[in-house]
Unconditional design. Structure first.
Length: 420
């Protein structure tokens, strides 16, 4: 049975439409956890109430709304402190108090498929729970008689045991995660050794990154066997997917897709998923996918850029891929450079996006003419596999090729070059 919830938010001097969007997003997060919003309570404050998040008058209003709607859950639009949760639960004894962070962690836990993403989510959940160990109000007293250890109440002893148990579990899971991270680093080093450029898709959750990846794969690789999971939902993809893309010109690059971002993304998650996000940091080019049909796409763009900056990603060239243009009515144009307009779902604009990608990651390619003796046929085979062969003629001295190739390959086969 679907849970009923009341949403609670405090507007800290935000513009009204920004605050309303945050509350709408909270409702979508709740829906992703199979919780139906049946009402909301909001308040304008300069700062949140340290004891209860909202003022005492609003708590009374909240209690009345609970009785009126039969809600069993109260969801707050910010991360609550342990004391705020404790104080609110004492007022709202019949309801579960949940904050935005808990919802996002719950969604991540549902979506995680690989061992690495499951570990990352579990570590984030444990780190979030650690300072929030309260214990049962009914049976756990905080203080008892006697001295030394005997002076500790049942509740205090239980809390310390629980805390130690969680810390040990975090340490154990972190060791296992570190092992998986080291394997990922080895894979990255192999890719770097092979000098294959890496292009990473980044963006707000549900902007269409996975659909964009599948559109590129379909256009240049053919078939669906390498497609990644895509669905119109928040955080559909948590795992880092890496796919090789080979263009008609024999130019190849790796395309990666990773977790999307959201407003007020819990720092526990950012920390836990740092190893996954390192894939982005190692990229040669970023494709920032933006949902142009969303009226808040500019805020989403800014927030994504702030998160990228916060995890130390800078000086990597970015192409802004404005997606879902098929859902936009009338003219559309966004200020700024490096923009491309795409409907990944309808496969529109994929060629234009690929041309921009080529300009960035294959900028070191040179055009040259080579004369290769027939005895060195392996060199001809190499260029047919690794370069864009523009022309091929058979002359008396050998095979004449006009190619666009990596500068490194031109230097490697310098002795065959007749013109560059």
């Amino acid at each position: 049975m679907e849970n009923k919830a009341i949403l609670v938010g405090v507007n800290l001097n935000k513009k009204e439409h920004d605050f309303q969007y945050s509350m709408e997003e909270l409702e979508n997060l709740a829906a992703a956890c199979n919780i139906m919003a049946v009402g909301s309570v909001t308040q304008n404050l300069n700062r949140v109430n340290q004891a209860h998040y909202i003022g005492s008058g609003k708590i009374e209003e909240l209690q009345e709304l609970v009785e009126e709607t039969g809600a069993d859950t109260i969801i707050f639009d910010d991360e609550l402190s342990p004391s705020q949760i404790r104080n609110l639960e004492s007022f709202l004894s019949e309801c579960e108090v949940v904050d935005r962070t808990t919802l996002i962690l719950e969604i991540f836990a549902k979506r995680a498929k690989t061992r690495e993403s499951k570990l990352q989510v579990e570590i984030a959940q444990l780190r979030y729970r650690l300072p929030r160990l309260i214990g049962s109000r009914k049976s756990l007293g905080r203080q008892g008689g006697g001295s030394g250890l005997n002076n500790r109440g049942a509740g205090e002893t239980k809390l310390e045991l629980d805390r130690r148990k969680i810390e040990e579990q975090i340490a154990k899971l972190s060791r296992e995660l570190e092992h998986l991270v080291s394997q990922r680093k080895m894979q990255r080093r192999k890719r770097e050794k092979n000098e294959i450029p890496v292009v990473s898709l980044v963006g707000y959750t549900n902007a269409g990154k996975s659909t964009m990846m599948n559109a590129v794969l379909e256009s240049y690789n053919g078939g669906e066997e390498k497609f990644v999971f895509e669905k119109n939902m928040l955080f559909a993809t948590l795992e880092t997917s890496v796919r090789s893309v080979t263009l008609a010109t024999n130019q190849a690059f790796l395309l990666t897709d990773t977790v999307g971002f959201i407003n007020k993304l819990p720092h526990h998650l950012v920390k836990a998923f740092r190893s996954t996000l390192e894939e982005v940091a190692e990229a040669d080019l970023l494709i920032h996918v933006i949902d142009l049909s969303n009226p808040h796409h500019e805020e989403q763009r800014q927030l994504t850029e702030e998160i990228l900056e916060g995890i130390g990603i800078e000086d990597i060239p970015i192409i802004h891929a404005y997606n879902k243009v098929d859902l936009v009515e009338g003219e559309y144009s966004v200020e700024g450079s490096n923009n491309v307009y795409v409907s990944a779902k309808d496969r529109q604009g994929v060629d234009a996006l690929t041309e921009q990608i080529k300009q960035y990651i294959f900028s070191d390619y040179v055009q040259c003419e080579l004369l290769i003796p027939y005895t060195d046929g392996r060199v001809v085979s190499y260029f047919n596999e690794h370069a864009d062969v523009i022309a091929e003629d058979f002359e008396q001295e050998g095979t004449k090729l006009v190619v666009k190739c990596k500068k490194a390959d031109a230097e490697k086969f310098q002795k065959y070059i007749t013109y560059i």
